[in-house]
Every structure is written in C-alpha cells, then in structure tokens.
Write a protein that binds this ligand. Structure first.
Ligand code: Q46
Ligand code: ZN
Ligand code: ZN
Length: 303
C-alpha cells in the first residue's frame, strides 16, 4: 500500500477517495479537508474567537487540535454531564489535551453548577437521557459562548454523524430538522454562529488522526448511547458504504447542494416571535425556556 502523494509506505486507506496516505500526508490531508470546509461554507473568519465543544472523545479533540494548527483562536468548552463511569474520564482527557497545548479550557459542571446530572435529571423531567442532554448542551454552549464573547461555536460532528442524522430525518421526512441540518447555522438573536468543520472527514479518519498525533481520547462511548436510533442508521450506512464507497459523502453533500437550498425558508425565521426567557434571557416559546424548566424539574426534590 503506497501513499498517493509520496509513494512511501501508507498507514491508512480511504476508499471513498480511492487513496492511501502515509502518516504525514494523512495528517496534512485532514488539515486540508478542514481548511476547505471552513472556507467553502464561510464558517470562521481569521480573527473570530472560536469555542470548541469538547467531549473528550476523538472527534472534538481532533477538531480542537486541527483548529489550533490552522491558526485559529480556539478555546475549548467541556460540559460535565455527571454520567458515572464516563464523565470523570472524558473530562480528564480534555484537561490533559488543554494542558499539553497551553490552551484554554472553559468548564461547566452540571451537578456542581446547576444541581443535576443527566441520568437523574432526565428521569425527573420524564425525558430520555439524550433528550435532556441535548437540550442542556445546546443551552449551555450558547450561554458560555455569549458570556465569553465568542463569535462561533464549533462541534466535532463528522461525516458519519451527519449522514446518519440525515438518513434518520429522511426516513421520517422530518422537514423541520432537515431545514436546520446544515454545516453552518448563522448567528441569531444574540446567539453565536454554529459550525461543523469535520463534515468532510469520517469517524475512522478521526480515530486515526488522534492516534497519529498522540492525542489520548475517551474511547468508550457514553453509556447512555446504547439503543440510540442513530447507531442503527450508522450501521446501515456502513453496510452500504462497504458495497459502494463514497455513498455517505454523496448522500450528505448531495443533500447540501441540491435539497437544502430549497428548504432554507422558515428555518431562519424560526427564532422570530420568540421572547426572552424570564429567568435566563434565552429566546423561548413560553415565559420560561425549556432549559430552565428542565432545571426546575431536575432539581425539584433537592430544593
Ligand atoms: S452524551 Fe448525552 Fe450523547 Fe450521552 S447522554 Fe446521549 S446525548 S449519548 S452525544
Ligand atoms: Zn506520503
Ligand atoms: Zn431560561
């Protein structure tokens, strides 16, 4: 197996590009893909302050590393979810990464700062854990970015993640979600822009990136993910990809080019008509936003 660029010994093959790479050229390929994505979708301006949502897993740490290497002013944000056997270790990976690079890691801890953890909070609010978790993350990323004066929040969603979410939304024709499934969501209502610079890179490539860069990441997935519908969609797409390399990329980027533009209307106006939450000021469809309601329910018995 020879590297496409230098003909040296390759360490990874990427079938959808019909290419093999040696370690240095693979790392360079990852940087190039991220730089291309950022410029194509106008994700980040050179002097923007970026807040990277860091979970301690491979994607978010690779993203943070890539943004720093590309010269962006990127700080990390780690959210402690209070999930036993997962959160302590993932937080440590994020801290070690930041320390080694002298980078700034902002930390928010749900149990310490808000008085609940995802498993028990979800139960109290009668939500599935990932729904309570997603709601908390969205709110707290926005909040931290606003407080810290960041221009943009970057998340480590990769091609496999986005293709699986798209697949799920297409199977159920969730047109509202489809309209919002873009790699850039513009800043609105005092909230920062949201970007996904890894959408051209797959899961396997991000794991390889971390291994080759010596980035120690949390290998175990969150225990709450078991049974998650998206995992089934990923398996289905992986089976198709084996037969027909490049399908995931064609599926996702074909959607962005040909379908997403016709879905644009409505999604941008959605936040219009929302009023500030009387507790936290976030745009809400009721007097109290869904995050503040979740906190109320999740901490009801402890107050
Ligand atoms: S962290 Fe949170 Fe995920 Fe765990 S509880 Fe679900 S949403 S699976 S990315
Ligand atoms: Zn090479
Ligand atoms: Zn609120």
């Amino acid at each position: 197996m020879k590297c496409r660029v230098c003909r040296g010994e390759a360490v990874i093959d990427i079938r959808r590009h019909n290419a093999n790479f040696c370690a240095p050229h693979f790392l360079h390929h990852c940087e190039e893909q991220v730089a291309k994505t950022i410029s194509e979708f106008e994700m980040v301006e050179p002097d923007d302050r970026v807040l990277v949502a860091v979970s301690g897993g491979k994607d978010s740490l690779a993203l943070w590393d890539l943004l720093l290497r590309l010269g962006y002013a990127a700080d990390g944000l780690y959210l402690g979810l209070g999930i036993e056997g997962y959160s302590e270790e993932s937080g440590e990976h994020a801290r070690v990464f930041a320390r080694q690079r002298d980078a700034t890691l902002v930390e928010v801890d749900l149990p310490a700062d808000y008085g609940y953890d995802i498993p028990s909070g979800a139960k109290a609010a009668k939500r599935v854990p990932c729904s309570a978790c997603g709601l908390s993350k969205r709110h707290l990323f926005d909040h931290a970015a606003q407080q810290g004066g960041y221009d943009v929040v970057a998340t480590g969603h990769n091609l496999d993640d986005e293709a699986a979410v798209l697949f799920g939304n297409v199977l159920r024709w969730n047109t509202d979600y489809l309209a919002r499934q873009r790699p850039v969501l513009p800043a609105r209502g005092g909230f920062p822009r949201k970007v996904k610079p890894l959408v051209r890179l797959g899961e396997r490539e991000m794991a390889a990136y971390c291994v080759l860069r010596g980035i120690d990441y949390q290998v175990e997935e969150c225990p709450m993910a078991a049974g998650n519908r998206h995992l089934g969609y990923k398996d289905a797409l992986n089976a198709i990809e084996v037969q027909s390399p490049g399908t995931k990329h064609a599926f996702y980027f074909g959607f962005l080019e040909r379908i997403a533009p016709s879905l644009d209307t409505g999604a941008d106006d959605e936040k219009d008509g929302l009023t500030p939450c009387i507790r936290c000021g976030a745009p809400a469809s009721a007097e109290i936003c869904s995050f503040c309601r979740l906190v109320d329910l999740a901490t009801r018995d402890t107050r």
